[in-house]
Design a protein around this ligand. Structure first.
Ligand SMILES: Cc1cc2nc3c(=O)[nH]c(=O)nc-3n(C[C@H](O)[C@H](O)[C@H](O)COP(=O)(O)OP(=O)(O)OC[C@H]3O[C@@H](n4cnc5c(N)ncnc54)[C@H](O)[C@@H]3O)c2cc1C
Ligand code: FES
Ligand code: FES
Length: 492
């Protein structure tokens, strides 16, 4: 018999919060500003884009406490059970000295109107704790999800570089008291299922993966919430009623990564940030794509499972994972089935997922020896923008320079992420050379009838798809770089 708790418990700065009444759509930002009068955290866009609402959330994963920047505007309060929320108010006591991050912002004149400043401070705080001497690249990556409309970024970058000359990270309370906080959070984890609210307002945090499977099977219409970087916007932008809601981000079993001789398996709740080191080690060609998904806060929350399950035609991971030959495992109750990732996407808005079933894991096989792979993301803005077109290519040549195998998958070209099967067929068995590419690019017209929307016109999309194949071909001509690791930003 599963034991049940009817409250959400988490630490907010130095206080324990216990809530019996949590709406399924209640966001952390509203809770902070309205319920707790903590107004340092700002609302800019309410859709995860501007970073004005950035706070840190610490959570235990396999006993280790990690703090990450998140967007409070799209983070559900219910998902915080067992976490430590740190807001800008925790940094300096009233009339006390400024925190080193704040002092650095003052010293380098990194704030004008100040609206974005608390968000930048929290992103920089998270960066400094994890990496006190960041490189320029590290700083830019940590700030991809923060927008400033008046100061400009040069002074903020100087602030990031100055923090360690002002304060010692080891003396920061979140570092110095890490053991105590870890114990406090461990004590909050009682292994119970959390259930809040009545029928129309029900929120469930299952006790384990098996419990999650049972809850979803019994409530097939429930909304599954992983990182909430898509679902959060259904609430803040479309005012959708999403109850009943079942959260999974607290389940350690859905955050496991395993590597064996043949490939990598990501449990569906693994976040982009968590997966990055493993992805980069085994699939270096994916680094740039991965680091251009959302901003740091979105990558800290968002999951690969969520990117696949939402079935978007412009999700960034499906084209790359389809080209790599990935499979997904779906689970309903105790039954599992595994299918090629491409087969999951049936048509726009329709995936091969039965009621009561969920995505449990994604398996990515290693690239065969001598194979080439590349993925290119084309978006209006380089950082924190969703693709207009995303193309991924995997190629294997035989000993005579002919194409033994070509797998080509695109996002942004159809109602689902989709393989270019006519282009693949045109390439099969022919020499990998200019005349073959000229013939093959024409086959894109049979594979795709792209749409015109505000991201790109149909004609532009078709031209980009053809040019990406040409680009891939040209890059494979550089024999010193058989494993290609590039992604492109092209102004539409
Ligand atoms: C500012 C911003 C920038 C973004 N930039 C990008 C980008 O550059 N590229 C990109 O591809 N996406 C981008 N996104 C979209 C989003 O971050 C991704 O799609 C992300 O991977 C979604 O994962 P999640 O865990 O947040 O999913 P959620 O929002 O929690 O869920 C998404 C959908 O998947 C379902 N779901 C989640 N997990 C499971 C599961 N295990 N089984 C079954 N169903 C499940 C949910 O019910 C929901 O339908 C961006 C979003 C924001 C807010
Ligand atoms: S308010 Fe803009 S990211 Fe949250
Ligand atoms: S200081 Fe005004 S928006 Fe950044």
């Amino acid at each position: 018999m599963t034991e049940i708790r009817n409250t959400i418990r988490f630490l907010l700065n130095d206080r324990l919060i216990e809530l019996a009444d949590v709406s399924p759509v209640q966001m952390l930002l509203d809770f902070l500003r309205i319920d707790r009068n903590l107004r340092g955290t700002k609302e800019g866009c309410a859709e995860g884009d501007c970073g004005a609402c950035t706070v840190l959330v610490g959570r235990l994963l396999d006993g280790k406490l990690t703090y990450e920047s998140v967007n409070a505007c799209i983070r559900f309060v219910a998902s915080l059970d067992g976490c430590h929320v740190v807001t800008v108010e925790a940094l300096a006591q009233p009339n006390g000295p400024l925190h080193p991050v704040q002092q650095a912002m003052v010293d380098t004149h990194a704030s004008q109107c100040g609206f974005c400043t608390p968000g930048f401070v929290m992103s920089l705080y998270g960066l400094w704790m994890a990496n006190p001497k960041p490189s320029m690249q590290d700083i830019e990556k940590a700030l991809q999800g923060n927008l400033c409309r008046c100061t400009g970024y040069a002074a903020i970058i100087r602030a990031a570089q100055a923090i360690s000359s002002i304060g010692e990270v080891g003396k920061d309370p979140l570092v110095a008291e890490r053991e105590k906080i870890t114990q406090q959070l461990a004590a909050l984890r009682d292994g119970r299922r959390v259930e809040i609210g009545g029928e129309d307002e029900r929120v469930v945090l299952p006790a384990s993966l098996d419990d999650f499977a049972a809850v979803i099977e019994a409530n097939p219409k429930a909304t599954i919430v992983a990182g909430s970087t898509d679902v959060g916007l259904w609430v803040t932008k479309f005012m959708r009623d999403i109850a009943p809601v079942v959260h999974l981000s607290h389940l350690d079993e859905l955050r496991r990564i395993s590597v064996d001789a043949e490939g990598v398996t990501l449990a569906a709740g693994v976040s982009y940030t968590q997966a990055l080191p493993v992805v980069v080690r085994h699939f270096p060609q994916l680094r740039e794509l991965w680091e251009r998904i959302g901003g740091e806060q979105v990558r800290n929350m968002g999951t690969v499972g969520g990117n696949i399950a939402n079935g978007s035609p412009i999700g960034d991971t499906p084209p790359a994972l389809i080209a790599l030959g990935a499979t997904i495992t779906l689970r309903k109750g105790t039954r599992r089935r595994t299918l090629p990732l491409e087969a999951f996407f049936i048509e726009y808005g329709k995936q091969d997922r039965e009621p009561g079933e969920f995505v449990e894991s994604i398996r990515i096989p290693f690239l065969a020896d001598g194979g080439s792979f590349a993925v290119y993301k084309v978006s209006k803005r380089f950082d924190e923008d969703i693709s207009a077109v995303c193309g991924a290519f995997r190629l294997k040549l035989d000993g005579t320079g002919r194409v033994a195998d070509a797998v080509i998958a695109f996002g942004g070209m159809a109602g689902t992420p989709k393989r270019a099967s006519n282009v693949e067929a045109a390439l099969k068995g022919v020499p990998w050379n200019d005349p073959s590419i000229d013939v093959a690019v024409a086959a894109f017209e049979q594979d795709f009838t792209p749409l015109t929307d505000w991201r790109a016109s149909a004609g532009y999309r078709m031209l980009v798809a053809k040019n990406l194949l040409r680009r891939f071909y040209l890059e494979t001509q550089d024999k010193s770089n058989v494993r290609i690791a590039r992604a492109a930003a092209v102004a539409v």
